[in-house]
Design a protein around this ligand. Structure first.
Ligand code: NAD
Length: 432
């Protein structure tokens, strides 16, 4: 495969090419959804704004004794339906607008799933791969201690996102618990099982993505997995587990990628072997029995289903016309810009939107929070059964809304979610 397009679609490259930023995307999606609803302008205006935003600059001691300043954020978009819920991202691309967008999407995602939560998101501008384990722990604990006025099981419950892990959640839980003087597992989700994590949380987002993919195909009369080719962008928590589930169900996963590029085999990849290779080498490049491809090439490979599971704005006005997939199932948050959405709509490509397709993660996070609060834990079968039940229910709800309003699944998911939040807001009334 050609390697001329070696640059990955990172944020600054996209900005230079006039691609919508995540926050522009989130607001435009919101405005599109609201245009189908008969909402009072004050309710719509209220929901368009984040409730509160927190920025913190804090020091971290490096292993060589020097001190470095870092910047972190936490945004609560909404607390109308309950405590705010949302991940924490460690990435050099984090900025306040990205966190605002991700927090807003969390509000709609939780509402669509019927979870008793509002939406939040946090982030620190850092490449975690450049820190030693000790530096990562010190950065996490200091950021967590700065968040203490904002987080608690009743007010705001963080979780992992891009660049953060169960271990990082464990340090946040421990920092919070040491401050209040007793163990509070329910303050974060996505923790290791030994300290109150849930069975199935680590794989939940990828699992939910595949449940939605199967459901979308089934509703289009497609039930033979072996005849369906799947491409996955991003080989982290979401992408690698989505690829594994799809492979286990007999789908032909023909392409996968991470930030440094991907691999392609038209006859299908052995995902377990790819995972082993990734664990051993830290990358996908030069995997035997596959061609190397760039991320740009990967997104336009011939396939039936494309699962973007890396980051925002990857499918945009520059490449949407060349996408060959018939279904796009969004593992990442905000991977498709509104311009690309319009192109996909015109081309008849079905998009299963992020707030539905990747909601498996927050759903099992909800189960984890409930289990922690009750100190009573469920087994894997119960988690899988409840996850499937809620995912299919939300899929149905979205599909019915799409039919009722004659709109696509993206706008339908937003319409359904915004209606729920608006109704709750109206019922609660404006304080004071
Ligand atoms: P992760 O850090 O585990 O993995 C991210 C993957 O994307 C890595 O393989 C990385 O190499 C790749 N990547 C990063 N930048 C890229 C780029 N410019 N081009 C191509 N690949 C790139 O993160 P994750 O938790 O898997 O999250 C991935 C996406 O899914 C994010 O949008 C996140 O917000 C969303 N999401 C995550 C969860 C969750 O439970 N972790 C839940 C819902 C949504």
């Amino acid at each position: 495969m050609a390697t001329a397009l070696s640059m990955t679609m990172n944020k600054s490259a996209l900005k230079d090419q006039n691609v919508s930023t995540p926050y522009e995307t989130a607001l435009l999606q919101f405005d599109r959804a609201v245009s189908h609803l008969d909402l009072s302008s004050s309710i719509a205006e209220y929901m368009r704004y984040p409730r509160r935003e927190f920025t913190v600059n804090f020091p971290v001691r490096r292993d060589d004794g020097t001190m470095e300043m870092f910047t972190g954020y936490r945004v609560h978009h909404s607390t109308v339906l309950g405590p705010s819920k949302g991940g924490i991202r460690y990435s050099l691309h984090v900025d306040i607008d990205e966190v605002r967008a991700l927090a807003m999407w969390m509000t709609w995602k939780c509402a669509l799933m019927g979870l008793p939560y509002g939406g939040a998101k946090g982030g620190v501008i850092v490449d975690p791969k450049t820190l030693s384990i000790g530096e990562l722990e010190r950065l996490t604990r200091r950021y967590a201690s700065e968040l203490i006025p904002l987080i608690s099981p009743q007010s705001d419950v963080p979780a992992p996102d891009m660049g953060t892990t169960p271990q990082i959640m464990a340090w946040i839980m421990d920092t919070y618990s040491m401050t209040v003087g007793y163990s509070v597992p329910a303050v974060v989700t996505g923790k290791p099982i030994e300290i109150g994590g849930s069975e199935g949380r680590n794989t939940a987002t990828g699992h939910g993505v595949v449940i939605c993919m199967v459901e979308a195909l089934k509703r289009h009369g497609i039930t033979d997995a072996a005849g369906i080719s799947v491409v996955v962008q991003g080989f982290g928590n979401v992408g690698s587990h989505a690829a594994s589930y799809a492979h286990e169900l007999g789908f032909k996963v023909v392409g996968v990628s991470d930030v440094s590029g991907g691999i392609y085999n038209a006859n299908g990849l052995d995902i377990q072997a790819v995972r082993a290779y990734y664990a051993e080498t830290g990358g996908l490049k030069d995997f035997a029995r596959a061609d190397n491809v760039t991320n740009e090439e990967l997104l336009v490979l011939p396939c039936d289903v494309l699962i973007p599971a890396a980051m925002e704005s990857q499918l945009n006005r520059i490449n949407a016309d060349n996408v060959k997939a018939k279904f796009i199932v969004e593992g990442a948050n905000g991977p498709t810009t509104p311009a690309a959405d319009d192109i996909f709509h015109d081309k008849g490509i079905m998009v299963i939107p992020d707030i539905l397709a990747n909601a498996g993660g927050v759903t099992v996070s909800y189960f984890e929070w409930v289990q922690d609060l009750q100190a009573f834990f469920w087994d894997q079968d119960e988690i899988s059964r409840q996850l499937r039940r809620l995912m299919i229910k939300a899929y149905d709800f979205t599909a019915h809304t799409a039919e009722e309003y004659d709109i696509n699944m993206r706008t339908a998911a937003q319409v359904a979610a915004i209606k729920r939040v608006a109704t709750a807001l109206q019922t609660r009334g404006f304080y004071p």
